[in-house]
Design a protein around this ligand. Structure first.
Ligand code: NAD
Ligand code: UDP
Length: 328
């Protein structure tokens, strides 16, 4: 296979996080020299442990919301910045609302200004989210849909900050002629998710392994579409490397759609076959979207990408990781 990032120097913010660490691996496997930046707000050093001796990986511990980009100033060459730093789990971003809106807005501005002033030919790839669609009036969600988001609700420190991040990207692409690309990532799961981060897949896997009832918020009829992380990273690598995609916003996700209660039932079946799951119903958190499914026609057309790993297979791989963690 040709190396998509041969001889390139690439910065990944959020490198110690779940997606960031897998993306870092994917970039290294494709010939890049990677500079990973993280402040461990929600990430973990263990996600990078295997890269300690890798001469092509440099880790910089820094907050990317600092007013100056000191941590990158000695880099003579940067070909791309993937900006993934941000809490992504609702309980975590609600615990850190200021950090969340700053890293998606101000840090996006700072990094783009840095590119504009120092490396104007570098690409900037922003990790946006399906949350920009809010409580959608269109289903599945296409990139052209503007969304239905509460500007001042419990989720807005995240979803409105991502929307402002997209605005900042658009300004730098249109007005300053930079190569800026936006990916709207839908719910992604897999190994290296923090078992305590509160998102639905780690919650249900942890509960299954501990023989606890599944905590279902609301009646569990709300839906999500889950993408296995390796599939997502393949899409990100293509999106970041192909020519002629400046100014493009693309959905990256798996269209397979499951109700939340059904999600618990599938995980239960895989862990404890032939037994019945127990549920503990809790109040649905504010502004929790009732439906979420990506339309990935654009990704198929522009990138020749679509997910290949079905939900049960992806969950089996994820289970193996959580089982290994539980043995420590
Ligand atoms: P994560 O919480 O596992 O990783 C985020 C990383 O960013 C962590 O390592 C954290 O320490 C780091 N970080 C946060 N603020 C920082 C700061 N100011 N300076 C430096 N580092 C900082 O989350 P994830 O699931 O890996 O998500 C990665 C990105 O993808 C996020 O931008 C998220 O919004 C986006 N995304 C993820 C999903 C998903 O399902 N995983 C869905 C949509 C969008
Ligand atoms: N959820 C749930 N029980 C849990 C954790 C989450 O019912 O223990 C629900 C949550 O209310 C939401 C869905 O699962 O409807 C996905 O939640 P997650 O936090 O993973 O991501 P979101 O897509 O809401 O950002």
């Amino acid at each position: 296979m040709t190396e998509m990032y041969a001889n390139q120097t690439v910065v990944v913010t959020g490198t110690a996080g779940f997606v960031g660490s897998h993306l870092t691996d994917g970039l290294l496997a494709n010939g890049a020299r990677v500079i990973g930046v993280d402040n461990f707000l929600t990430g973990r050093a263990s996600n990078l442990e295997h890269l300690k001796e890798n001469p092509n990986f440099t880790f910089i511990e820094s907050d990317v919301t600092l007013p100056t980009i000191n941590y990158l100033t000695d880099q003579p060459k940067i070909d791309a910045i993937f900006h993934l730093a941000s809490p992504a789990s609702p309980p975590r971003y609600q615990e850190h609302p200021v950090e969340t809106y700053l890293v998606n807005s101000y840090a996006t501005h700072q990094l783009l200004q840095y590119i504009k002033n120092v490396h104007p030919r570098a690409k900037f790839i922003f990790a946006s989210t399906s949350e920009v669609y809010g409580e959608p009036h269109e289903h599945p969600q296409k990139e052209g849909y503007w969304g239905n988001v509460n500007p001042n609700g419990v989720r807005s420190c995240y979803d409105e900050a991502k929307r402002l991040g997209e605005t900042i990207c658009g300004v730098h692409q249109r007005d300053f002629n930079l190569d800026v690309r936006i990916m709207r990532i839908f719910n992604t799961y897999g190994p290296r998710m923090d078992p305590r981060d509160g998102r639905v897949i780690p919650q249900f896997i942890t509960q299954a392994l501990a023989h606890q009832p599944y905590t279902i918020y609301g009646d569990g009829s709300q839906t999500r579409s889950y993408c296995y992380v390796n599939d997502l990273v393949d899409g990100i690598l293509k999106f970041g490397s192909m020519l002629g995609l400046s100014g493009i916003t693309v959905n990256l996700g798996n269209p397979g759609e499951y109700a939340v209660k059904q999600t618990a039932e599938i995980i239960h079946q895989l862990v404890h076959p032939n037994t019945q799951p127990e549920f503990e119903f809790r109040t649905l958190p504010g502004d929790d979207p009732t439906r979420r499914q990506p339309d990935i026609t654009l990704a198929i057309d522009k990138l020749g990408w679509q997910p290949t790993i079905d939900f049960r297979t992806g969950i089996k791989h994820t289970l193996e990781y959580f089982q290994e963690l539980a043995t420590y």
